[in-house]
Design a protein around this ligand. Structure first.
Ligand SMILES: C[S@@+](CC[C@H](N)C(=O)[O-])C[C@H]1O[C@@H](n2cnc3c(N)ncnc32)[C@H](O)[C@@H]1O
Length: 310
């Protein structure tokens, strides 16, 4: 089954994560999506007696990936949960420690391409953007009810949008006429807010950054990442590795800081001094790869904790 989503930095995941796995490894894919990374992991795990626990808070994506990967049988356990709940889910599954973790943050091409989900400024649809049912509000609720200052903070911080003040003012003006409920109307409002001479100057569509910011707010993406990173250190087994692929500077900074803190405990080794990025060939083939940053950390075998426990 063709998914339309190409896994990012697959080679590097094989090199840094899969090659280090022991037999009977238990690995978590925190972001199953179309199952691209999961498939690479399962090829190895299924032939070495291992298991993959795969999270996706998007029921539709999870179901499609489960069907696509059905040949791997019990080696794949799918969980329709936010990866922020990783500790509780592993406890429920009776898993104490894992040997590997991969997280490929953000949304998949399948989600973007489905206009009905409201992620895309290029396909008309309801202004929704919820990845899962647990998201507290839709993008339309945010756009129509948040104050000018709250909208400005989100679009400026998460979107790093140069024209955030102008965009927010235009949104406030337009929503007074009629609530903004569709992706195409919002995209139109944003285009009009950007000064004419800058509208088509950038390589990206003028609505790209605002849509990204709203998506991050709708799905509380930074909060979920913070929770995952907080629990990661405790659930990795000695020798276990975590590989995090991020696409936003705030996410990458958060990963970098947590990795540094973990290293200070003396129980972890950072395997990527600088974040790895996709090579030119990959970027040519997959535009999504251009802003990917991969960081990998390992829980070292002879950590202080382990020695005192023996
Ligand atoms: C970029 S895609 C992953 C693509 C996947 N690695 C592949 O190769 O096909 C990210 C997926 O993670 C899911 N996701 C994002 N944040 C999540 C979270 N906090 N908890 C669970 N799933 C999440 C999204 O719904 C999406 O399907």
């Amino acid at each position: 089954m063709e998914t339309g989503h190409t896994p990012v930095m697959k080679k590097e995941i094989e090199q840094f994560l899969i090659s280090s796995l022991p037999d009977k490894a238990i690995v978590v894919d925190a972001t199953l999506g179309a199952g691209g990374h999961a498939e690479c992991l399962l090829k190895h795990l299924a032939s070495h007696g291992g298991r993959l626990i795969a999270f996706d808070m998007d029921k539709q994506s999870l179901e499609q990936a489960r069907q696509r990967l059905a040949e791997y049988g019990n080696a794949l356990v799918c969980v329709n949960e936010n990866f922020a709940n990783i500790a509780a889910v592993l406890l429920r599954l009776g898993i104490d420690k894992i040997n590997g973790l991969v997280a490929d943050l953000g949304i998949s091409s399948m989600q973007v391409d489905n206009g009905e989900r409201g992620f895309s400024f290029q396909s008309p649809g309801p202004l929704d953007m919820r990845m899962g049912e647990s998201a507290p509000r839709t993008a339309a609720e945010i756009v129509n009810t948040y104050s000018e200052e709250e909208l400005f903070r989100i679009i400026k911080t998460y979107g790093e949008e140069r024209w955030s003040r102008r965009i927010v003012r235009r949104i406030i003006f337009e929503r007074e006429n009629a609530p903004i409920t569709t992706t195409d109307r919002l995209a139109d409002i944003i285009i009009k807010a950007v000064p004419v001479r800058f509208r088509y100057k950038s390589k990206i569509h003028p609505a790209t950054r605002t849509f990204q910011a709203l998506r991050m707010e709708v799905n509380e993406e930074l909060d979920s990442l913070e929770q995952l990173l907080e629990d990661m250190g405790a659930i990795l087994a000695p020798g276990g590795r975590a590989a995090i692929i991020s696409f936003h500077s705030l996410e990458d900074r958060m990963v970098k800081q947590v990795f540094r803190e973990l290293k200070k405990t003396g129980e972890f080794e950072i395997l990527t001094k600088k974040p790895l990025t996709a090579d030119e060939e990959e970027i040519d083939e997959n535009r999504r790869a251009r802003s990917a940053k991969l960081r990998v950390i390992e829980k070292t075998k002879g950590g202080f904790h382990e020695q005192t426990q023996k």
